[in-house]
Design a protein around this ligand. Structure first.
Ligand code: NAI
Length: 708
């Protein structure tokens, strides 16, 4: 018996209600409570059928993810104990009807599938999302789902981890009926109907399972696909292996094989890293000193200045959240171009079936394009996204300060410029903040919020909250050059360029990092973003360069030749009309010539050196940022990199990755690079300190972001 599960009767029907708010997770006590209900049904002749339902807003939404960490830390046994409970449900002598509303994910769906029938509210969703945590279903999901939904659907659901809605669940056979009215009443009526009628256990329902020979091509295709789509990841392939067992093995053996694969995944670095990212996305919302008592200002409408690449994407993010947007440009042509780009983006969403015309019309009706600041007194938040240049930014902020009402927030999307200097152009530095979006701004999940020296807690809190409203994850950074993300990206891309100048080919550098797991190689990323962006920034900050310290030479020279990357048809690579890249022999020959002229010794460079130089350059700079207090915690850096820079979630982010490798090893490698390449590789003091003490970045806490 357990407080988390309640038992009531409606005549001959026993109702088992799971009541473990907020989402009825399968915490300790819940499976046991369900089992006790089944025992009651088995032993009480007056019970003719059982209904299992969730209290509150959902059925069982899934496992309690905290439990996984306890298992891998050795605090608990692997056997979460769900399988015996599900076997008990399945073997119950009375039919068990699972009544699903909200979400039945992971262990929730596995529990539902151990019942004899499933009814669902029309709004319910079901899924096996374990792969998103580097896991596979571990309580029969890979064995029961193919029996109910068929092999193809089970493969898709377990490999991609995407949920399906009730209507599709009905169509595929996972759900037996959709209940239109009250779910409990409907489930009880269903239970009455089938009470006393013969019923079947999911494990015995083999009619949808193809023969091993018929299954083989489907499984082989799924493997091929998963290898491409989920590069380097073990869980999607493990899920396929487990599902194959449903076709080739008796049920009990299939379950045992699934259990072994599940445990392998659970103890893998990949899963631990993905669970770190899962919790990290929540952790970054916590800002010491900014809490529940800190007011957040209402943001009912937004003004965006600049309708270029970023301004357009930022506008879409707000329109999608139904926040009215005033979009300002300098002239009619730029404004029309900006609005046309927004329209085109929405037209694509309609084409892909993501939005209806009516939804697009509603969103577009919230957009007010303008060429002046006349209505900026109406907005609660203004976001500037004009060209990257301090003089222009200051001019715009001076104007915003004059037109916006007192208390309105003035945010800049600058990638590198000082928030404090921008704020100095206003009479309200407490209302000025960085809101650094990533391109494409309506797609990328990261929002880097940058606090200036004077930014008020209310303004910080409002921006952190606002991120959630527009479907983003905010990471708070302090005001240093490049903040967290771009400050680290500098040394990372610097090393990529050095490697090419030392003899590696452009493709070898990009391929090495791509194969390692980055979404894109560093040089191709430069071509995509525009090499001129970095070039302009380097010119702006050239006065800070230390004489005698090596600087990359090739990229600026490519820019001088007008090779800005994709937008000009060439950069590190050459591009066709459709922006497909091909290696560019001209660029390769030029870079080689420049490097030799500059006296850079040429050599063959191994793939592991390419990866170590680029990744440890990230880590070493990250350590400085952490030590100097420009990031609150190591996890903030990790989340910024996973959500904003295509760092693989299964490696947990740069700081977590360094922890998994061991900081002693990372430190020694950095020292080696320092000996060979000089002071740019001086180890960050924090890296040296933690390595010497055998500690980790994850365990390091300062808990305050510096403001300048
Ligand atoms: P962009 O060149 O595509 O757009 C800038 C737009 O601002 C142009 O359409 C221009 O006409 C307009 N503009 C200039 N002065 C203006 C004024 N006084 N009033 C209204 N509009 C004005 O540039 P992009 O790429 O959108 O960059 C904008 C800002 O976002 C820069 O600060 C950049 O560093 C930052 N950023 C860019 C990212 C990227 O990937 N492109 C990523 C993150 C930040």
């Amino acid at each position: 018996m357990s407080d988390l599960v309640k038992y009531t009767r409606d005549g001959e029907i026993l109702i088992v209600t799971i009541d473990n708010p907020p989402v009825n997770a399968l915490s300790p006590g819940v499976p046991q409570g369900i089992a006790a209900g089944i025992d009651q049904a088995d032993s009480d002749d007056s019970v003719k059928a059982v209904v299992v339902i969730g209290a509150g807003r959902t059925f069982i939404a899934g496992a309690d993810i905290n439990e996984f960490g306890k298992i891998t830390a050795g605090e608990k046994s692997h056997d979460i104990g769900l399988n015996p409970v599900l076997e008990k449900i399945e073997k119950c002598s009375k039919p068990v009807v699972m009544a699903i509303h909200g979400t039945a994910f992971g262990g929730g769906l596995e529990t539902a599938m151990s019942g004899h029938y499933r009814v669902a509210a029309a709004s319910a969703q079901i899924g096996q999302p374990e792969v998103k945590l580097g896991l596979i279903p571990g309580a029969g999901g890979t064995q029961r789902l193919p029996r109910l939904a068929g092999l193809a659907k089970a493969l898709e659901m377990c490999v991609d981890g995407a949920p399906i809605k009730a209507a599709e669940a009905l169509e595929t056979g996972v759900v037996d009926e959709i209940i239109m009215g009250d779910l409990l009443e409907g489930a009880i009526a269903w239970a009455r109907d089938i009470a006393g009628v013969d019923f079947r256990r999911t494990r015995d329902r083999n009619e949808k399972l193809p023969s091993p020979a018929d299954a083989a091509p489907l499984i082989a295709a799924a493997r091929d696909n998963a290898r491409k789509k989920y590069r380097n990841m073990m869980a999607p392939l493990a899920a396929i292996d487990a599902i194959e067992g449903a076709v080739t093995l008796p049920f009990e053996d299939g379950l045992a094989a699934e259990q072994k694969l599940f445990v392998d995944c659970l103890f893998s670095a990949q899963s631990k890293s993905m669970i770190h990212v899962f919790f990290g996305e929540r952790e970054v919302a916590k800002v010491p000193g900014v809490g529940k008592d800190t007011p957040s200002l209402p943001v009912r409408s937004v003004g965006v200045v600049g309708a270029g690449t970023m301004g357009g994407g930022i506008a879409i993010s707000f329109l999608n959240a139904r926040v009215p947007v005033l979009l300002k440009e300098v002239d009619r042509a730029a404004l029309d171009r900006g609005v046309a780009a927004i329209r085109k983006n929405y037209a694509n969403s309609v084409k892909r079936g993501r939005l209806t015309e009516a939804q697009v019309d509603e969103r577009m009706s919230l957009l007010s394009p303008t060429l002046d600041y006349n209505r900026f007194n109406e907005v609660d938040l203004a976001i500037e996204a004009v060209f990257e240049g301090m003089d222009l930014k200051k001019k715009v902020f001076g104007q915003l300060d004059r037109v916006c009402r007192p208390g309105a927030i003035l945010a800049t999307n600058t990638s590198t410029l000082s928030i404090d200097e921008i704020a100095s152009a206003t009479s309200r530095p407490e209302s000025v903040i960085g809101a650094h979006f990533f391109s494409p701004a309506n797609v990328m999940k990261l929002l880097e919020v940058v606090r200036g020296a004077a930014t008020s807690k209310e303004v910080i809190n409002t921006c952190m909250q606002l991120a959630k409203k527009i479907g983003k994850v905010a990471v708070l950074a302090g005001n240093c050059r490049g903040f967290i993300g771009n400050r680290m990206f500098g040394p990372y891309r610097r090393e990529a360029q050095f490697l090419v100048e030392e003899g590696a080919s452009v493709e070898a550098v990009d391929q090495a990092l791509y194969r390692w797991g980055m979404a894109m190689g560093p040089l191709a990323t430069g071509d995509l973003a525009g090499l001129d962006v970095g070039w302009r920034i380097r010119k702006e900050f050239a006065h800070l360069d230390k004489p005698g310290v090596r600087q990359p030479i090739a990229e600026d020279r490519l820019c001088e030749m007008g090779r800005f990357g994709q937008k000009t048809g060439s950069g590190w690579y050459r591009y066709d009309e459709a922006r497909n890249a091909t290696p560019d022999e001209t660029a390769a020959a030029l870079v080689r010539e420049w490097a030799i002229d500059a006296g850079i010794p040429q050599r063959e460079i191994a793939e592991d050196e390419i990866v170590d130089r680029c990744v440890y350059a990230l880590v070493n700079e990250g350590a400085r940022i952490l030590e100097e207090g420009f990031a609150l915690r190591a996890v903030d850096i990790d989340i910024a990199y996973v959500l904003g820079y295509g760092f693989p979630a299964y490696r947990g982010g740069p700081m977590w990755f360094a922890d998994t490798v061991g900081l002693k090893h990372v430190y020694e490698r950095v020292l080696e690079f320092e000996q060979r390449h000089g002071e740019l590789w001086a180890p960050a003091p924090l890296l040296a300190e933690l390595a010497a003490e055998g500690k980790t970045f994850a365990g390091f806490a300062r808990g305050k972001t510096k403001t300048a």
